[in-house]
Design a protein. Structure first.
Length: 344
């Protein structure tokens, strides 16, 4: 009877496993259909952008052609006017060549032979081919548009993995001031009297998030508006908290930062300069633990900032924040963990 009961339990376990597999298959099928619809929408949008760029380019070429034709008509009209005037002068010179009145000859010849204020027609040429610069500008603009749309799609996918991040006061350097809700951090003017627990940073002005991640994907956003110095990213839970710190993946930090108001750096060990077209107001941080990926995005402009790829994570990861020096009040604005707007 015991054996029979065990066999029945095994049957039930396998039935449940079949149900789980079928459920997973249905979920995967729904997700695939959703992704297919999203891809169709993306490529439809890209095709519209290409068609719009083509229409604008053709319209521009038509306008340039009309402008060139108008210029040609004006030049021809001006040339014909000069030809008429020159013919009249030639006739007058011909008549003057037969005159016997020397005084009249001297008086008239001087005016007829005086130089006229006319164009230097040898320097004027007409283009017969369309400028390649127009095409280059159109293609560059199209490339920027497509890149923006692709990045926006990528960013929206990552925002699906948004997590609620709060600051961990037990890790905060004594000079940092945290808001009551744990969503803001700024540099204070004086050092607070706080317990020197092992988790707290004692030299570098840093703070970590309470949340720990050891698998999967997660995403959060931080407002960096009106700041001229900041660092953001993730760090290993087991990083050294005491003494000086060098930001690099080999030391357990995957971060980017701003220095001197407009110098952006990825602390890749050695640091890498990052060129951005606009100054980010809100930065999105995305991590794929299994893929070894840490990516940073400018949320407002939907543009990519930097990615650490091919990393190997073997420890829990924590969100990382550094608001930077106060700089006489110029950098007193806090870093703010903001809710993710999925509908933006």
């Amino acid at each position: 009877m015991k054996t029979q009961k065990d066999v029945q339990q095994m049957i039930q376990d396998r039935i449940k496993k079949i149900q789980d597999i079928k459920h997973s298959s249905e979920v995967r099928k729904r997700n695939t259909e959703k992704e297919k619809a999203a891809r169709v929408e993306l490529f439809t949008d890209l095709i519209r952008s290409i068609e719009r760029c083509q229409t604008e380019l053709l319209e521009m070429m038509e306008e340039q052609q009309k402008a060139a034709e108008k210029q040609e008509e004006e030049l021809i009209e001006e040339l014909e006017q000069e030809i008429t005037e020159l013919k009249m002068r030639n006739t007058e010179l011909e008549e003057l060549s037969h005159t016997e009145d020397h005084l009249h000859l001297l008086q008239t010849y001087s005016s007829l032979c005086s130089p006229r204020n006319t164009r230097n027609w040898s320097e004027i040429s007409m283009k017969t081919d369309e400028s390649l610069e127009t095409l280059r500008k159109a293609l560059t603009q199209l490339q920027d548009t497509l890149q923006e749309k692709l990045t926006l799609t990528e960013l929206k996918r990552m925002q699906q993995y948004a997590v609620d991040v709060t600051l961990d006061p037990d890790t905060a350097h004594p000079n940092l001031i945290l808001s009551d809700d744990g969503k803001q951090v700024r540099r204070g003017d004086i050092s607070q009297k706080l317990p020197d627990n092992p988790e707290r940073f004692d030299t570098c002005i840093l703070v970590l998030g309470k949340e720990r991640f050891s698998s999967g994907r997660f995403y959060f956003e931080v407002q960096v508006k009106e700041k001229n110095v900041w660092d953001l990213g993730v760090a290993r839970e087991s990083i050294i908290r005491k003494g000086l710190i060098t930001l690099s993946p080999s030391n357990g930090y995957w971060t980017v930062g701003l220095r001197n108001e407009n110098t952006y750096i990825a602390f890749a060990g050695p640091p890498v300069s990052v060129s951005l077209r606009v100054k980010p107001q809100r930065v999105g941080v995305f991590v794929d633990y299994e893929e070894g990926l840490v990516s940073f995005y400018d949320v407002e402009s939907s543009s990519h900032i930097y990615s650490f790829t091919g990393q190997s994570f073997n420890d829990k990861l924590c969100p990382y924040f550094c608001p930077g020096l106060n700089d006489g009040g110029k950098n007193s604005t806090p870093l703010i963990i903001t809710p993710v707007n999925h509908n933006k």
